[in-house]
Design a protein around this ligand. Structure first.
Ligand SMILES: C[S@@+](CC[C@H](N)C(=O)[O-])C[C@H]1O[C@@H](n2cnc3c(N)ncnc32)[C@H](O)[C@@H]1O
Length: 326
């Protein structure tokens, strides 16, 4: 997808947060962007809308993403890293222990286009509540359903094609200094089962292969019942919960256009031998049309997104809820 379009969409999301949650001056606030991703679209959109934000924590479960903050090309973003306004954190929103440093210290949590990659969304929502200060805001946007992601998973799980998934996209070097600088790296080395080899390497740099299969995003469609996540948020203790489902209809004029879009989306993931290319393309298109139930041209389908906005109640009620859940 075009990066300007994606950045524009991130700006729209932050504008919606601003309007829904009445954000004005964030100069004393700590904002956390959960699942910041390689391009930091949402983090950068926050800086764009709120250049004076007190602190912005870009969190992602992939430390390789976090390392990229150092290579950021966006000047404002880079300057805010240098001045320590933007900080990064390698953590998993589904693992409470990995978030402990920030417990009860965040004013605003935002998460855009992440929750469809999270299996236990209920637990992640509970963890966001745990991260927020009393009176803090949460704003989420994610896909409840996206047939493209369903296709992605389906085709990769088909035995006849999965053997052509390219395994290694490259490698990256994890320097000893970097591990020393980031104490949470120790947790991640343990999570990845690399702690022993790090220690036995005499704490030298580690060369880690980037396994493409590990970079492929998982997809867990959400529950489509109207108020399901609103109820989850309320049961965790959130107040003033608003949920808004958006259906986005999409059309490809004909099969050829549809196929070329699908091929773009999976580009680089498969290395299909030339003689099986035609069969692969047929499977890809047929699989997608089966998922969306399309029999003729044009190819029409709908993605379903969900906005959630909520507030953690201020002091008394919040601490009652915390003690009940612990
Ligand atoms: C589509 S990308 C990022 C989108 C980005 N927020 C934006 O606005 O463009 C989703 C990101 O969520 C991260 N992610 C997925 N599950 C996560 C989890 N359980 N905890 C933290 N990050 C997660 C992935 O590593 C990935 O970088």
């Amino acid at each position: 997808m075009d990066s300007d379009l994606t950045f524009g969409a991130a700006i729209n999301f932050v504008t919606k947060c601003k309007n829904e949650l009445k954000w004005e001056d964030l100069s004393k606030d700590t904002v956390m962007d959960v699942g910041c991703g390689y391009n930091f679209y949402c983090s950068r959109a926050i800086l764009h809308q709120f250049p004076n934000v007190g602190r912005l924590i870009a969190l992602d479960m992939h430390p390789s993403i976090i390392m990229k903050t150092r290579l950021a090309r966006d000047e404002m973003f880079k300057n805010k890293i240098i001045s320590n306004i933007v900080q990064y954190c390698a953590a998993d929103i589904e693992i409470r222990d990995s978030l402990q440093t920030y417990k009860g210290s965040i004013d605003k949590v935002v998460s855009r286009n992440v929750f469809h990659q999270i299996e236990n969304k209920e637990l992640a929502i509970e963890n966001i509540y745990h991260l927020l200060k009393p009176g803090g805001d949460a704003a989420l946007l994610f896909f409840l359903d996206n047939p493209i992601f369903t296709l992605y998973c389906k085709i990769m799980s088909m035995e006849k094609w999965s053997k052509y998934i390219t395994r290694f996209a490259g490698y990256w070097v994890l320097s000893h200094l970097y591990v020393q600088e980031m104490p949470e790296m120790h947790i991640w080395l343990k999570v990845w089962g690399l702690w022993q080899s790090y220690k036995s390497s005499g704490r030298k740099s580690l060369v880690l292969m980037t396994d493409t299969t590990k970079l492929i995003s998982p997809y867990f469609p959400g529950k489509l019942e109207k108020n399901y996540y609103k109820n989850v948020m309320q049961s965790v203790g959130f107040q003033e919960v608003r949920s808004e489902i958006i259906n986005i209809p999409l059309v490809y004029r004909n099969d050829e256009i549809c196929l070329s879009e699908l091929l773009q989306i999976i580009e680089g993931i498969f290395k299909i031998p030339g003689e099986r290319n035609v069969e692969f393309k047929c499977d890809l298109l047929e699989c997608f049309k089966n998922i969306i139930g399309s029999k003729s041209e044009p190819v029409c389908y709908t993605t379903v997104g969900l906005f959630l906005f909520a507030v953690k109640p201020s002091i008394n009620l919040a601490s009652e809820n915390e003690s009940e859940s612990s």
